[in-house]
Design a protein around this ligand. Structure first.
Ligand code: HPA
Ligand code: ZN
Length: 345
């Protein structure tokens, strides 16, 4: 790496950044998968970490999800969920993340007999420790698996609601993830309406593999405030204008999009085009243990492939802060801190 590339990385690291699209189960590194498998006496279908890692070659979203759910099978105890989440916070700290909104999928765990209390307790324990010891704030986005039924989403909501008060400082939002094609937003219209009545903030994955119409439907039918991915919006000019006019945040995940073949290569990614057209896009890592990079690597590899300047990087970081669910006064304070980061030449 040249000196100037190094200093652009350091500049970007110093920018206060929020990560708004990360699945905590997608931060489970092969090393920790093996450690937890041993701790819980689970036999993995791979002899070692290297052969598990070598299997991380995906053709599409589903081929990734199959491995991601299998990997999550080593998570049994509260300590396991804590250890996974704490490991993410240490990496977040190293990358200059000051706030994160973490998605988690209770259904992946309750289907295996792990209680929803265990899932919440482990993740929330690490999030509270991260605030106290690392100065990183967070919110939790409980996400429904869209390949399951809406009735199952309602059952998950009902199981989680008794925990709401205990985790009121963290659990403020609802998300929708897993297999997008064939599972359109309208499938979850009633449960989103209920979550809205309950006062949750709403996000959903849309327009990753699915069409631009899913982005429109997530906004209009589910009434989400933020779209996870949304890169396929480009196919619909009227939708693009709507996203610009309403400054709807798109939490874009460049390395994920390449690994899952949403774009052929980073050079072909539409992030710079979306940014230059005035869309409110920010960069996120999605499932960094599987896609080859945490947040700062996503920023830097994208910057290199698309010739992003320091001012693009500053805008992307500012967008992440403004698109977060942090109260306005915290956003303003972090935006001020961002302005105070010395310019990169
Ligand atoms: N898309 C949909 N579901 C997911 C993803 C994703 O990128 N990562 C984890 N669950
Ligand atoms: Zn995602």
């Amino acid at each position: 790496m040249s000196d100037s590339a190094l200093s652009l990385r350091e500049f970007t690291r110093q920018l206060p950044k929020a990560e708004l699209h990360v699945h905590i189960e997608g931060t489970l590194e092969p090393e920790l998968i093996f450690k937890l498998a041993q701790r819980n006496q689970i036999t993995l279908p791979y002899p070692d970490q290297a052969s598990l890692h070598a299997a991380y070659q995906f053709d599409n979203l589903q081929s990734f999800l199959d491995l991601y759910y299998a990997g999550a099978g080593v998570l049994i105890t509260e300590q396991d969920f804590f250890d996974m989440t704490w490991a993410y916070f240490l990496r977040a700290k190293a990358d200059g993340i000051i706030h994160t909104e973490i998605m988690f999928d209770p259904q992946t765990h309750t289907a295996r007999g792990v209680s929803i209390e265990t899932v919440f307790a482990g993740i929330a324990g690490a999030a509270r420790q991260a605030k106290a010891e690392l100065g990183i704030s967070s919110y939790l986005i409980m996400s429904f698996l869209r390949h399951l039924s809406e009735a199952e989403a309602f059952a998950t909501l009902d199981a989680a609601l008794p925990l709401r008060e205990r985790y009121a400082d963290l659990w403020i939002a609802i998300g929708l993830d897993s297999s997008e094609l064939g599972n359109p937003p309208e499938k979850f219209q009633a449960v989103y309406a209920r979550c809205r009545e309950l006062g949750f903030r709403l996000v959903a994955h849309a327009g990753e593999e699915g069409p631009a119409s899913y982005v429109r439907d997530a906004l209009q039918l589910l009434k989400v405030e933020r779209i996870d991915h949304g890169v396929r919006s480009e196919d619909d000019p009227a939708l693009m204008q709507y996203l610009i006019d309403h400054s709807i945040p798109l939490t874009v995940c460049p390395l994920s999009n390449i690994k899952l073949k949403v774009f052929d290569s980073l050079d072909d990614h539409n992030l710079k085009n979306l940014l230059d057209r005035g869309l409110n896009v920010c960069i996120n890592s999605d499932d960094p243990a599987y896609f080859g990079g945490y947040l700062l690597d996503n920023y830097m590899q994208t910057a290199q492939a698309l010739n992003l300047t320091a001012s693009h990087l500053r805008i992307l970081a500012a967008n992440s802060l403004r698109s977060s669910f942090l109260p306005e006064q915290y956003q303003q304070a972090w935006l001020q801190a961002l302005d105070n980061v010395p310019a990169h030449d």
